[in-house]
Design a protein around this ligand. Structure first.
Ligand code: ACO
Length: 401
């Protein structure tokens, strides 16, 4: 590996690579993707094996520390995470400053950003103990932050975390339990939720992770860096695609309109794109989509809602697009977000909650990448630009313009 940056800096030249399609920005031992083979490995373990045999907190441990935990290590990790699931009571009050009709992702951006104001005893990035506490706090508190954004939007009282439940069960409990009623977390739904968390846990140098690394390269504290990642994730070309995809399926509305939507997506004069299709790296298939599709069929089957119109539109769209020359030639396949939205809707989440749930799942990836970067001490990220503006010119007085 040649650090071309140093060589080029000496010669005062740089590569022009808009969208960073061919620029490696760091070395990392966390996640491996082979876009041609459709392979995704977390610390060497294939994503399908982890989705089937592991569970999200174990995957968090793996991403953070590099190895699968022993029983004792897992117990210790779980204990540390559950110790931090509560939010500072003043943070609860902080929510009431937002409008009730705000997008939950806007609220999550704000609350995560505010974490450094509530937990400033773990913002010293040079102290390994504080880094560790911040890491655990982020993983432990994100489900509470996201669930409370949901509760706040619904006008319901916030439900406190239950540490006797698993990570996924507790999240569903905080979202759907109502104090006046008993709420039993369905094992089918908690398994599906856990899978969604696992499949979204990390994805090497995507836009939001690169944002976290870039923010971290300046020495910013971990909460501020993760808030930057949350903000970046929101866009429809990235984490916002799950919401955009389900809204698109609903807008298409019926199976007979699918052909029209595919024709629009192929029309270069029409900005319409099939949301949930395509990926910058996967050019054969998205291995997460494969697992998610299975999970989707399973959840809908078990909930008895296979007859859903949105699902029929999704299946028809998948069928037509996979047979269409345009999509084959451009190697556009359904990505993970094509199926995750359908599952989340079946669970009872509104579309506005899809991206916040993605943010909560990805927090472990962001913080693992941040941790790796800080431990290796890297240079500040500072891309160059190709200037296209005017050459130097003299200021003209306003009367003379
Ligand atoms: N529908 C129709 N055409 C598409 C689509 C699509 N979803 N995606 C790409 N194309 C076409 C482009 O028009 C382009 O055509 P051209 O070569 O004739 O100009 C070609 O395929 C390549 O597309 P790019 O935008 O250059 O590919 P890029 O790698 O930059 O973009 C992206 C990848 C952003 C994911 C894109 O495929 C897209 O916008 N998809 C829809 C949004 C989406 O689902 N995002 C989620 C990504 S996964 C994740 O974040 C978890």
């Amino acid at each position: 590996v040649v650090d071309i940056g140093k060589l080029y800096a000496q010669a005062d030249v740089f590569t022009f690579d808009p969208g960073f399609t061919s620029t490696g920005s760091c070395e990392s031992a966390i996640t491996f993707i082979d876009g041609d083979k459709g392979e995704l490995l977390y610390r060497g373990y294939p994503i399908d094996q982890l989705a089937e045999k592991s569970h999200y907190l174990e995957v968090c441990y793996l991403l953070l520390y590099g190895e699968l935990p022993t029983v004792a290590q897992m117990e210790d990790f779980e204990g540390r995470v559950t110790k931090h699931t509560m939010l500072h009571e003043q943070m609860k009050n902080f929510y009431s400053g937002f409008r009730r009709d705000a997008h939950p992702m806007a609220v999550v951006c704000g609350v995560v950003g505010a974490m450094s104001a509530f937990y400033h005893d773990s913002t010293d990035i040079n102290d390994p103990w504080q880094r560790e506490v911040a890491t655990i706090r982020l993983i432990a508190k994100l489900p509470t932050i996201v669930a409370w954004a949901f509760k706040y939007a619904n006008g319901q009282p916030m439900v406190y975390p239950r540490n006797d439940l698993s990570y996924a069960e507790n999240f569903l409990h905080m979202c759907f339990a109502v104090p006046a009623e008993t709420y039993e977390v369905s094992p089918i739904l908690s398994k599906a939720m856990d899978r969604i968390f696992t499949l979204h846990a990390d994805h090497e140098q995507n836009a939001s992770t690169s944002t976290v690394r870039l923010a971290g390269s300046s020495g910013a504290n971990p909460f501020a860096c993760i808030a930057a990642g949350v903000a970046c994730l929101w866009g429809p070309a990235h984490g916002g695609a799950n919401q955009a995809c389900l809204e698109m399926l609903r807008e298409i509305g019926s199976v007979d309109k699918v052909g029209e939507a595919v024709a629009r997506a192929k029309d270069k004069n029409d900005p319409f794109r099939l949301m949930g299709f395509g990926h910058r790296v996967y050019k054969n298939f998205d291995p997460r989509a494969k697992v998610m599709k299975e999970s989707c069929d399973e959840v809908l089957g078990l909930l008895g809602i296979e007859d859903n119109e949105t699902l029929k539109v999704a299946k028809e769209l998948e069928r037509i697009a996979l047979e269409d020359e345009y999509f084959i030639e451009k190697k556009l396949y359904p990505n993970v977000d094509f199926y995750s939205g359908i599952i989340l809707e079946a669970m009872g989440f509104p579309t506005s909650m899809f991206t916040p749930i993605f943010a909560l799942s990805r927090t472990v990836g962001w913080i693992s990448q941040w941790k790796e970067m800080v431990e290796e001490s890297s240079r500040i990220g500072r891309p160059r630009q190709l200037y296209t503006g005017p050459t130097a010119r003299d200021y003209t007085d306003v009367a003379a313009r």
